[in-house]
Ligand binder design. Structure first.
Ligand SMILES: Cc1ncc(COP(=O)(O)O)c(C=O)c1O
Length: 414
């Protein structure tokens, strides 16, 4: 059962924490402080229970079975599609394609839409703060097609240079693919503005919502993006789950990505015809159990309310920024005005990796390194950062533990 936290006035973070079994464990003899939420969030008991329930009671392959278990499994799987439709305000359930994650979603677009539509001399635009999964598929496509990849730079605060974007975009631009929220800087990008500009020259826009979907209210119709991708594991859901949303006419016009069962209408050696969307893009047995359980992650978030989650996380971000700013040997990387609860920083003369190892000895899980954004790190002239990223279950007390841990690191290593 999900605790109906939404009925309470204040967000009761301790009751929320109680729903996450892993948060009560110790690491190296210290209570776990989990600040690696941008990499993956922990899972509430309802999600874990949904997985156990599926395997214990109605595990079956979906869509083609006529027996009861197959029908129950299919119904549960398709219920998640309805939940996604609501969560991102998609116009129809047919526009929701299940993938393994944001990476697969972007690759699907690059292979299917990209190989059908991109020609020699065309231009694609991404930004300098993209995750590698929103760089490499486009580089591969450009290499194959002789197209040109252009990059929107960002300023010192980590905000996109929209003036430069205005100069890069032209009738040659066929696709713009940008991250909604940067995983290494926390910047929230002005995607609506980007989409409007891109559409004015006839380009389509892919929004990488891997980091934004858990924090921000997503309305793909209002945003008017052509594609939107995200991963379930970053929003309290199971690993191996993801979503690709696309505009109907685009999805319908695109060739399949993978061939196999489920994605066909009829197969013969003479000619194979393909299934309707979204099944055209869901070849083979999908990740049924995890996608079934993903629905309970949406239920969990909805039961609290995104606004309240955001308020709590923003409070944590403000508190952490204030506390970290007081450490003279520390520099925050990424100071955009519009930011969500990701805070990256470096310490004078201390390698992020060494700091991460010492923090782990105090039970604190942070991410260190380039965060799969090497070009972004290069702009700052650093190999990587220490990154703390917050979720609904984190507390100010945990930030105090981090600050104490950092003082210890500085004392030992500088
Ligand atoms: C901004 C961004 N895009 C894409 C991804 C890729 O997500 P996944 O590895 O779940 O496919 C991540 C993961 O960290 C991310 O932060």
């Amino acid at each position: 059962m999900i605790t109906p936290v939404a009925l309470q006035e204040e967000l009761d973070v301790y009751s929320i924490r109680n729903q996450f079994p892993v948060l009560s464990r110790e690491v190296k003899g210290k209570p776990l402080v989990y600040f690696d939420n941008a990499a993956t969030t922990q899972k509430p008991q309802v999600v874990i229970d949904a997985l156990v329930d599926y395997y214990s009671n109605y595990n079956a392959n979906i869509h083609r079975g006529i027996h009861s278990l197959a029908e129950e499994a299919t119904a549960a799987f398709e219920k998640t599609r309805d939940a996604v439709k609501q969560f991102i305000k998609a116009p129809s359930r047919e526009q929701i394609v299940f993938t393994r994650g944001a990476t697969e979603g972007i690759n699907l677009i690059a292979y299917s839409w990209g190989r059908q539509n991109i020609k020699t001399g065309d231009e694609l635009i991404i930004s300098a703060m993209e995750h590698h999964s929103n760089i490499v598929p486009w580089q591969m496509l450009c290499e194959e097609k002789g197209a040109v990849l252009k990059v929107i730079p960002f300023n010192e605060a980590g905000e996109l240079r929209m003036d430069v974007f205005g100069q890069l975009i032209s009738p040659k631009t066929k696709l713009v693919s940008v991250v909604h929220v940067s995983n290494s800087l926390g910047t929230v990008n002005p995607v609506k503005q980007i989409i409007e500009k891109a559409h004015s020259v006839g380009a389509i826009v892919v929004v990488d919502g891997a980091q934004s979907t858990v924090h921000l209210d997503i309305d793909v119709q209002d945003m008017n993006c052509d594609f939107f991708v995200f991963s379930g594991h970053k929003l309290y859901g199971p690993t191996g789950t993801g979503v690709l949303y696309g505009k109907q006419h685009l999805l319908e016009s695109m060739p399949p990505f993978l061939g196999g069962g489920e994605m066909i209408k009829e197969v013969s050696f003479e000619k194979t015809t393909y299934n309707e969307i979204p099944y055209k893009f869901e070849a083979g047995t999908p990740n049924i159990a995890d996608i079934v359980a993903l629905k309970t992650a949406f239920d969990f978030i909805n039961s609290i309310g995104k606004q309240r989650i955001r308020d709590h996380e923003n409070e944590l971000l403000a508190y952490a920024t204030e506390q970290l700013d007081m450490i003279p040997q520390l520099k925050i990387i990424g100071q955009a005005k519009e930011k969500i609860s990701v805070i990256s920083f470096i310490l004078d003369n201390i390698h992020p990796q060494d700091a991460g190892i010492l923090l782990d000895n105090s039970g604190i899980a942070v991410r260190t390194g380039h965060h799969c954004t090497q070009p972004c790190m290069k702009v700052f002239g650093i190999p990587g950062t220490i990154r703390a990223s917050f979720a609904v279950y984190n507390t100010k007390e945990e930030i105090d533990v981090l600050i104490k841990g950092l003082h210890k690191v500085i004392k030992m290593l500088s």
